[in-house]
Design a protein around this ligand. Sequence first.
Ligand code: NAP
Length: 327
Amino acid sequence: MTLRIGVIGTGAIGKDHIRRINEVLTGGKVIAVADICEAGPKAIAEKYGVKTYKNGADLINDPEVDAIVVTTPGFAHKDPVLQAIAAGKPVFTEKPLSTTAADCKEIVNAEIAGGKHLVQVGFMRRYDKGYNQVKAMLDSGEFGVPLILHCTHRNPEVDTSYTTPMAVHDTAIHEIDVLHWLIDDEYESAQVIMPVSTKYTHSKLKDPQLMILRTKKGICIEIEVFVNCEVVCEDGVVKMPAPSTPITRKNGLLSTGIETNWKNRFIDAYDVELQDWINSAGKGEINGPTAWDGYLASMTADALVKAQTSGAIEPITTGEMPEFYAK
Ligand code: NAP
């Protein structure tokens, strides 16, 4: 049976997910879209013959829509996610689950009250081949207990609208989710050290930043704001493989390309992520990152943003994971 999907938000990643579902993946079909601006849905309707809505709630309540994808900006995730829970329909929301920890907790509470797993958050790195290879090696126990994680992210450039807190909310948020999954642990404290800034930055962005997270088991994670990851264990080191690119020989040099576009770097992970969501949502299950993961990420991000200005080690207090989310 084909899962009939409604997409709310037809901007950059919304369009890409619609293409992915209708042209690449199997088992699902986008049959309706909603957006506050008319141009996005109109273009999608012309291409795929979908129904269009101005209001996300109307799309959610359309009886022909089985499941929802939310790709509005982060501040507009909470309402459609809560409405989907109320309608009893599976909902895949792009990260972040919501922009405040309080809103994330409201979603967690609503899902628990409904008694059914319906929410998946778009932390696609859990579906990346490299991260999965590192996780399998750590889980095998062959390398011993993880002690330190070194992660680096080197962007060729960011827009001038990119500010200091966005290094957490837009960038480190992916590491925050994937790293605790990788080592099966939760965070205890956050710290941000600001080295001298590069001459290439602007007045509203401290760049680079060194973020340090400590977990409940005492593992130290150092993130030089992120795509590569190296785990130092007591019996060995596990380094994530770089995506393969051709090696060239020219002018006496041996060279390998480096992927600098995040869309290309994680293109396979997005496909695997949404295919898994379609398969599991169709069976009434959720396999991927949960609303609780979205809440943990939000609490951790808040502590890191506080640490950016306080310079102190900020505690992260999330409380015990509700039994509802135990796998
Ligand atoms: P975008 O290009 O700005 O698209 C968002 C779209 O939603 C726009 O068409 C916007 O219309 C519309 N919109 C805004 N408020 C709405 C509402 N209340 N109801 C319906 N539509 C609404 O943003 P984007 O880059 O696609 O990002 C969307 C989300 O995906 C963000 O949460 C972002 O963090 C996430 N994202 C995740 C990844 C990843 O790696 N997982 C990558 C990129 C983005 P207007 O333009 O008229 O405001």
